[in-house]
Design a protein around this ligand. Structure first.
Ligand SMILES: [Zn+2]
Length: 670
């Protein structure tokens, strides 16, 4: 090993704070150590200037004697004395001896709280696979998909191993209905819209580590059937003879999208097997005033044998699990379902679109796409290439694949019954742990009404993304995120939002900072002397960051609160600049230097904390400020840090290209 020796050499010293200062460590070692070491020489008959800085500082007197003054406190100091000064503690050193004073200064920052956490299990985020019977509109996007992507980015920044899995819910009978309406085969419909959905997610920078399309996954069908058989043998799937609904016209079996009427639980309009209003499921025969949605013939019922998922045996484990649920909306939903006496869930239907029930003489029935989705989440964990022997083998493989992983399920309110009851029921029946986190969102309305594809009351994801950059859309959709209650997208409010939250804050600020940087020839300045207002600002930024950190954690995750945070943070940055009166005159060069260093520090913090919501803008800003390290590599470490001196910041405002939009009749949406 090499031994370093850096000689004490006055020729390398330069003036700072009125005294001579020189680095103790060579540059390559200095960059690895968070603490600074500086030799200081206070010449005979002189003193340092009175100053303060954001770092703490320790002085060890090596030679000479004198005084140190801080506020009204003055101390005599002599050789081998060790003095400690807090952050922003103003101080001055006076040499009273008959020779130069030599002092070793050790300085740095006290340890700050960061969001970075220890990585344990891999987090597998699932967002309900969309049905490939249409493309995604803003109502869809504002729900589980955006939340899943934002949480994935947060978890990455926190140091977790995390993936986002989704795909398409190919065997939904809405696909079948669309095929009937458009004269295509269901597979043609599914393939076409799967492609469109995938493109829309990509357009919105919603990253998926796996996009699972059941038809294209080897062994998918096999696993589904083996899991079905396993749960059947274990008594979790039971056979019942029940009233079943048919259309009088051609004896078509009616279920899910093929039948509608009034919900037997809440009396509002509902579809077969599910009510979007109260979230409860139904067995189609119990729907009030039932009607076929594919013809005008009356609906009749007859007794048939079908399969149900029975909650009876898994209920004790589910009740234990429910006790840990923290989300108020989900807790309320659980209470409502339990009060209504949770019914067994129908998991087989007579149809030729789907995967057939693997039990003899029942092959004309297919497995419900909701049961399939629960198993599909598990199948997504597997290495698909291995051959499968039997159902015990299948379940063993799933258990192995599940090890070291935990699920976080993101879903809309209308899919609560599946995510909160059916999937946990299936997992428990297979002897697997239930999801670690459940995140439900309520509906987003458009101009006060439900999004409706059939009535053309929708804003399509791809269409609006051609006019407005997706970072702005992600920011706005987070702002109005319907996590706790229904929220409303209005064009008027959207236009106002862009003006207030983008133009008047982020854009205005970055353009102003960019302009001032010209005075520093586009190189980062470092802090020198501080005004009281600058010190107060620095402390405020520290406080602000801590205030909002909890909303980035899974337990309290709130897209809305993070969006509000970004807005408040940029507002504080703007105020700091507008109140400073340093920019015109050239007389306060040192304070101006501190001002800009603080502004760049805040922009760095902004880029980190806004990255999950506005990834394009944040990463571009980060790459300007910190070109040495990727934003995800830094993660939420050191949320508050100054930009090193002499970074080239030419064209800082190019990051604004990610938050631009095309004006249309002076408003974004007319
Ligand atoms: Zn209902």
């Amino acid at each position: 090993m090499k031994i370093h020796n850096r000689k004490f050499d006055k020729n390398h010293f330069s003036e700072a704070y009125g005294i001579q200062c020189g680095e103790v460590l060579p540059a390559d070692i200095k960059s690895k150590i968070p603490t600074g070491f500086t030799w200081c020489i206070v010449p005979k008959n002189s003193s340092s200037t009175l100053h303060k800085h954001f770092e703490f500082e320790m002085f060890i007197v090596y030679r000479g004697k004198g005084k140190i003054r801080s506020g009204s406190d003055t101390l005599l100091i002599e050789e081998l004395d060790c003095i400690y000064l807090d952050e922003f503690q103003e101080h001055e050193i006076i040499n009273t001896g008959d020779q130069d004073m030599v002092i070793l200064s050790v300085w740095g920052r006290t340890l700050k709280k960061t969001l970075k956490q220890k990585s344990k299990d891999q987090i597998v985020i699932t967002s309900t696979p969309p049905t490939p019977n249409g493309d995604l509109h803003l109502g869809h996007l504002s729900g589980p998909y955006l939340a899943a992507d934002i949480y994935r980015r947060i978890a990455l920044m926190q140091g977790f191993d995390v993936v986002h899995y989704t795909g398409t819910d190919t065997y939904q009978n809405y696909v079948l209905k669309k095929a009937l309406e458009t004269d295509n085969t269901p597979l043609e419909v599914a393939n076409y819209y799967s492609g469109e959905i995938k493109k829309t997610l990509e357009t919105y920078h919603i990253h998926t580590d796996l996009f699972q399309e059941p038809k294209k996954v080897r062994n998918y069908e096999l696993y589904l059937k083996e899991v079905f058989l396993y749960l059947y043998k274990e008594g979790h799937i039971i056979e019942k003879e029940v009233d079943t609904t048919y259309s009088g016209q051609n004896n078509t079996y009616l279920f899910e999208s093929l039948i509608s009427g009034k919900c037997p639980h809440c009396q509002s309009g509902c579809s077969g097997n599910l009510c979007e209003n109260c979230g409860m499921h139904n067995d189609c025969a119990e729907i009030i005033d039932k009607q076929s949605t594919i013809d005008t013939a009356p609906v009749f019922t007859k007794k048939t044998k079908r399969f149900y998922f029975s909650f009876q045996k898994v209920m004790p484990q589910l009740l234990t699990y429910f006790k840990q649920v923290q989300d108020d909306n989900i807790k309320q939903f659980i209470e409502q379902v339990l009060e209504n006496n949770l019914q067994d869930y129908p998991i087989s239907h007579e149809s030729d679109w789907g995967i057939s029930v693997p039990i003899e003489k029942c092959e004309q029935q297919v497995i419900s796409s909701w049961f399939e989705m629960g198993v599909g989440h598990l199948v997504s964990l597997l290495d698909q290439d291995k051959e499968l022997k039997n159902s015990v083998d299948a379940v063993t493989r799933l258990k192995e694949a599940y090890q070291g992983k935990c699920f976080v399920q993101m879903f809309g309110f209308d899919n609560s019954i599946f995510n909160v009851f059916l999937f946990p029921g299936i997992f428990t029946g297979l002897g697997l742990p239930i999801a670690k986190g459940l995140k439900m969102n309520k509906f987003l309305l458009l101009e006060g009404q439900k999004f409706s594809t059939s009535r053309g009351h929708a804003i399509w994801g791809k269409e609006i993304a051609q006019k407005v950059n997706v970072d702005i859309l992600r920011y706005y959709l987070s702002w109005i995120n319907p996590a706790d209650y229904e929220n409303n997208f209005t064009k008027r409010h959207f236009n106002e939002f862009i003006n207030t939250a983008i133009d008047q804050t982020i854009k205005k600020h970055i353009l102003a900072v960019d302009k001032t940087l010209e005075k520093f020839k586009y190189k980062t300045p470092v802090t020198t002397r501080w005004t009281d207002a600058q010190e107060a600002y620095y402390k405020k930024i520290e406080k602000e960051v801590n205030k909002y950190l909890p909303y980035y954690n899974l337990e309290q995750l709130s897209l809305h609160k993070i969006a509000v945070y970004i807005f408040e943070f940029t507002t504080i940055m703007n105020e700091f600049r507008s109140k400073a009166i340093l920019f015109e005159a050239d007389t306060h060069q040192d304070f101006l230097q501190t001002q800009v260093a603080l502004e760049l520090m805040s922009l760095r913090t902004l880029s980190l904390l806004s990255y999950p919501i506005m990834p394009g803008f944040s990463e571009a800003l980060w790459n300007k400020l910190c070109p040495e390290e990727g934003i995800e590599d830094n993660g939420f470490n050191d949320l508050i840090a100054f930009i090193p001196s002499n970074i080239n910041l030419q064209n800082l405002s190019s990051c604004l290209n990610f938050i631009t939009y095309q004006l249309e009749d002076e408003t974004v949406l007319s």
